[in-house]
Design a protein around this ligand. Structure first.
Ligand code: NAD
Ligand code: DAU
Length: 341
């Protein structure tokens, strides 16, 4: 059996990857290591409780006593665990440095002493390039992260590279664009707007709403990681983008149409400080290995909206839980005024 460690596997992309990988590889035995922060949901993996090739370890990647032995026994490590929400990084950056940078260091340090390790996937992000006024970012472009989340991820991205360059750790780095799909925490744009629209609540659109993101279905990201484990050049970074660049305003209208809700639900609010205007990725390097996104945006978005409609039992306990309500009030209560005010 191939021993695989997935960090952050109880989160959005991680849980989709664990399900994908168990289906795709009959010879993989997966250990999920997750601290179950506010973003980690044990129920995301509940259907795997009796799976013979999966086990869940509740632990923190910054705890070398827990994470070290797991990494040292692995053939493949896929490292998703991170603090991931840009808005939260504006108010409490320390947690991002601790998990995203120091946590990655703990894993890489252990990876030096992993005799069978053949791939360590550092799941990075397109945010490391910073805002791109025109054209699209290539892997060789300068990294210009512009918010504490992006800066922490850029540090981890380059730390992983340095462990390849100096210690030969078989690192492959993915830089993906905005993922969407089932089981994404309702703090993020698409699930936030979908769940608010379902409840006829305002959709807090930052600034003028003309910021551009490139949307990638989570399944396409999972397939890219899978391919890169086998074919990615060690030490290299690969952009993973859906090729679906659109403004937040356009996306908001699409969500409203899918749910048959009025445009009057759109509530422009004060902009995110340092809000990156545009991300866009050149994915030629990954495509040269045979990958292309399979999920058309319109179909993927419709299916995703439908998933949240059908799975209220998944998101309702989050949105109605006290921590999220406190966060929501702190995040949106004070900014619910016109962007021009
Ligand atoms: P998420 O916030 O949904 O999940 C993060 C998971 O990591 C949670 O299960 C959480 O419990 C766990 N975690 C956090 N701190 C931990 C710690 N110290 N020890 C162990 N586990 C910990 O995140 P996501 O959106 O699924 O993102 C996963 C990864 O992909 C992150 O590294 C993120 O930077 C990267 N990424 C995300 C996107 C996106 O659009 N969501 C795009 C590109 C890259
Ligand atoms: O680009 C990849 C990144 O995508 C990942 O690395 C991050 O982990 C992930 O959170 C995501 O970051 P963004 O900041 O792009 O995602 P978010 O869903 O927070 O916001 C998407 C866009 O929508 C962004 O331009 C800000 C805007 N927005 C977001 C929220 C939460 C709003 O207008 N209103 C909101 O309430």
């Amino acid at each position: 059996m191939v021993e695989v460690v997935v960090t952050g596997g109880a989160g959005f992309i991680g849980s989709n990857f664990v399900h994908h990988a168990l289906d795709a590889h009959a010879d993989w035995r997966i250990t999920t290591l997750d601290a179950l922060t506010y973003a980690g949901r044990r129920e995301n993996l509940a259907d795997l409780d009796d799976h013979p090739r999966h086990r869940f370890v509740h632990g923190d990647i910054t705890d070398a006593a827990v994470a070290g032995p797991l990494v040292k026994g692995a053939e493949i490590v896929v490292h998703f665990a991170a603090e991931t929400h840009v808005d939260r990084s504006l108010e409490s950056a320390g947690a991002f440095v601790q998990t995203d940078v120091f946590g990655t260091f703990v894993l890489l340090h252990a990876a030096r002493e992993a005799p069978d390790l053949r791939c360590f996937v550092q799941v990075s992000t397109d945010e490391v390039y910073g805002s791109v006024a025109q054209g699209s970012s290539r892997e060789t472009d300068e990294l210009r992260p512009r918010n504490p989340y992006a800066a922490s991820k850029a540090a981890a991205d380059r730390l992983a590279y340095s462990y390849w360059a100096t210690h030969g750790v078989p690192v492959v780095i993915t830089r993906a664009s905005n993922n969407y799909g089932p089981r994404q925490h309702p703090e993020k744009l698409i699930p936030l707007f979908v769940t608010n629209a379902i409840g006829q609540r305002p959709l807090p659109l930052y600034g003028d709403g003309l910021h551009v993101r490139d949307w990638l279905h989570v399944d396409d990201h999972c397939r890219a990681i899978d391919l890169l484990i086998e074919r990615g050049s060690r030490g290299d970074a690969y952009n993973v983008g859906g090729g679906n660049t659109t403004t937040n305003l356009d996306l908001t209208h699409r969500i409203l149409r899918a749910l048959d809700r009025p445009a009057s639900l759109i509530a422009p609010v004060a902009d995110r400080p340092g809000h990156d205007r545009r991300y866009a990725l050149d994915t030629a390097k990954l495509r040269a290995l045979g990958w292309e996104p399979r999920t058309a945006f319109e179909a993927g978005l419709t299916a995703t909206v439908d998933w949240y409609v059908r799975n209220e039992a998944w998101w309702r306990p989050i949105t109605e839980g006290s921590p999220h309500r406190v966060y929501y009030e702190r995040q949106y209560g004070r900014r619910e005024r016109p962007a021009s005010a």
